[in-house]
Design a protein around this ligand. Sequence first.
Ligand code: TXA
Ligand code: MG
Length: 333
Amino acid sequence: MATIHQPTPGNLRRLAAILAKGGLVAVPTETVYGLAANALLPKSCRAIFRAKRRPLTDPLIVHVASVTAAAKLAVLTPVARKLMAAFWPGPLTIVLQKRPSVPAVATAGGPTVAIRSPAHPVMRRLLRLSGAPLAAPSANPFGFISPTTAEHVEAGLGKRIDHIVDGGPCRVGVESTIVDVSEPSRPEILRVGGITAEQIAAVLGRPVPVRNQAVVKAGPLRAPGLLTRHYSPNTPLRLHARVTKAMLRRASPDEGFILFAPLAGAPIRTAARVEVLSRRGRPQEAARRLFAMLHKLDRAGLRQLHAELAPEAGAGIAVNDRLRRAAAKRSGH
Ligand code: TXA
Ligand code: MG
């Protein structure tokens, strides 16, 4: 069991000191909870990989309090500065050429580093108090559903870590969008998340492609964040463009359905467990609640889960991306 700390000034001071000295602390961010450690200490970074059972080939995101702090870790180009000015603090991770100060283990030996300045006030406080950049992947065992509450972290990693800071449920609910601008003339989105491709395109004044999943699947971890199977519940999950009343009428009590929005018309009788992501059909609300819903239904002892895809636009794109990965067959990762 880990200790779950409330974010009081005294607790945050103590936890920031633990982080500065090289300890691990699970922390809230506006996207999902992260498992943080001092990014400048190779030993601490290795401890993150161990606790998550994460392969050393999958690099970490480094969190910073400011653009100035980012400039110590990476070479900031005009394109990078533009993105930081528009979206930081917030759910955008930017991949840049790294400086020698970043240990190789944090970037899986690669020449680039992924950097983000998170918006959550508790995480910002820990960054300032520790005075260190904090490497933090999502605080879940590798390959499983990302945590959006302190309790999710305890359920997944409680046996392997000592400290969790409770910052309440995450406001965004899906991970940050990752944009690779390490070659400034060819920006590319590696993962869709809290910021949409359209928002990024509007700031850069041109469309920014989302990296093709098929390429990622075949490639030797060139974009390791995009392993096809990820975010996975233990219960099998099947996806549907639409969940119909006929499907619900036929369903049995050991099936669970996650609807994007309520079904139109009169309520129907069903033996299945039915949950709705957004009463008003809002993709951002669906994103915020998605992982908590998967955690909940995964623990409900059901035989089969079903989920309805969101309309493929705006925040719905990130929702569908996570659902597709959650439903993908185990690939050995
Ligand atoms: O919202 C988020 O980004 C959360 C919170 C805690 O900040 N973090 C998160 O970290 O989702 P993680 O490790 O679960 O996912 C980040 C992904 C990794 O899978 C990794 O492959 C990719 O980012 N990544 C990290 N550094 C990279 C790099 N230099 N080039 C390409 N991809 C990179
Ligand atoms: Mg993750």
